[in-house]
Design a protein around this ligand. Structure first.
Ligand SMILES: [Fe+2]
Length: 336
């Protein structure tokens, strides 16, 4: 009798950890290459993947509203600022994975395992080489110099990429200096902030300004666009990695975490671990022009052409913690 009870209990335990047939992923990413990658995961594991795409803010609101009733098992979004917001909102659960801890560098994941970066990007300068001597460029801090009056383009401070960049400046230089920097860069802008990273690059080539702050993969996407005009834009710009003699260029990630309300922790863990395999990591450099997070994975020819660089190694979780401060500093500086 005792043996039978044990057998039933262990069978139940087995059922409760058995893998789900389907994982539902709430994703802010909208790349065809992601879908192809998820199909490879399905082939290997038999676990189907359904992707619900939406804006990052909308996905977070949905997860909050759905709570334990959510159909979502995994959240994928870009930028540590957003990943931190999700874990703060209680919609993610921590994951312990020796594989992920070994593969994903410690600064590119949450120390408690609420999220893991799986692609990396750098926030760099692009410039018009006919109007800018490379020697004029040095650091993010240097763009505050009066020499840049009317020559700079950056998008709105409502954008999380700028918020995380300012978080890194707060961490490095303090809040007071970060506000002064934001004020000075705002004064140096060729126009009030508007549009996307890609729009800033198009405007530099159109002659509106000389330098823009953008994420690396957008330059890759323009260079490989179906649109000839965008390919021409990319061909006329040069890339510069700031702060090489100091803390390094600001980098950030696209990352994923397991949703708190999931019933499929084991399958979700398998999926997250898959994103850090050599197979998955090798897809991103040439598909989306994002850098791998796992060291030793080959870069795409375009990334090699941009050149190697020293990356700021600050913990992205720390940047997430500073996100609210960064928003306050932007507001005080008058950067819309
Ligand atoms: Fe982006």
């Amino acid at each position: 009798m005792k043996a039978l009870t044990l057998y039933i209990l262990s069978a139940m335990a087995f059922c409760s950890v058995s893998l789900a047939d389907t994982l539902t992923i709430y994703s802010y990413r909208h790349y065809e290459s992601d879908v192809l990658l998820f199909e490879k995961f399905t082939k290997q594991t038999g676990i189907k993947v359904e992707v619900v795409k939406s804006k990052a803010g909308a996905l977070l609101e949905r997860l909050k509203a759905e709570g334990d009733q959510t159909p979502a098992d995994i959240l994928i979004t870009s930028d540590a600022g957003r990943l931190h917001q999700a874990s703060e909102a209680g919609v993610l659960q921590p994951l312990k994975s020796a594989f992920l801890e070994q593969r994903v560098p410690v600064n590119l994941r949450d120390p408690e395992g609420y999220w893991f970066g799986f692609t990396q990007r750098a926030r760099v300068f692009v410039y018009a080489p006919d109007r800018v001597n490379e020697k004029e460029l040095s650091t993010y801090e240097g763009l505050a110099n009066e020499d840049w009056r009317g020559r700079v383009l950056v998008r709105s401070s409502a954008n999380v990429y700028n918020q995380s960049l300012l978080s890194s400046l707060i961490d490095s230089n303090g809040k007071r200096q970060a506000i002064q920097w934001a004020e000075a860069v705002r004064n140096n802008m060729a126009r009030a902030p508007q549009g996307s990273d890609r729009d800033q690059m198009r405007a530099v080539v159109a002659g509106l300004a000389d330098v823009a702050i953008v994420n690396t993969y957008y330059l890759g996407l323009l260079a490989n666009s179906d649109n000839q005009k965008d390919r021409d834009v990319a061909a006329q710009l040069k890339i510069f990695f700031p702060n090489q003699a100091e803390r390094g260029t600001h980098v950030n990630v696209s990352g994923a975490g397991i949703v708190a309300g999931t019933d499929s922790v084991e399958a979700a863990k398998q999926f997250l671990e898959y994103l850090a395999t050599d197979e998955a990591q090798s897809v991103f450099p040439s598909a989306t022009y994002e850098y791998p997070v796992v060291p030793g994975i080959a870069w795409s020819p375009l990334q090699l052409q941009w050149g190697t660089f020293k990356a700021d190694t600050i913990s992205l979780a720390r940047l997430g913690e500073l996100n609210a401060d960064a928003i306050r500093c932007f507001n005080l500086a008058g950067w819309e």
